[in-house]
Design a protein around this ligand. Sequence first.
Ligand code: SF4
Ligand code: SF4
Length: 148
Amino acid sequence: MKRPGRMLAEVLRSALRKPATVLYPFVKILMPEHFRGRLHFIPEKCIGCKLCMRDCPANAIQIIKVADKQFRCEVDLARCIYCAQCVDSCPRKALEASREFELAQLQRKDLFMRESPDPSKVSAPASEQPKTESAKSEPAPANKPANG
Ligand code: SF4
Ligand code: SF4
């Protein structure tokens, strides 16, 4: 049986020690550097190889072509297990695991990430691009006959 004096010392030590927990959500701590939180997609780097989709163990990520060499990323955040396998598989570093962990939503449908390229940088596929005035009206240049 422990002596009461030893127990009292332990109680006093615990009372004076810095708490191991924080008063979340009033106090927030920064997650460690290699924390695997919400994914971020960098559209400019994506080449559409879909290795991230192939390697995702939860079938949570989709890469969708939106224009010529332009891709959108969609992640079902309720399916994602935050393993960051897609980050490791991406040959172009187009996916990053952030330190964001506050992902709770009231609706299941809101647990969804959709990151698209900047619309101002999205070019329509060549077949859908309008013809320019010069392309419409100017006839093709004729070959000049050789002089002499
Ligand atoms: S692995 Fe990377 S480059 Fe390939 S489709 Fe996925 S995000 Fe894009
Ligand atoms: S973090 Fe893991 S589960 Fe989530 S999308 Fe990437 S590979 Fe899939």
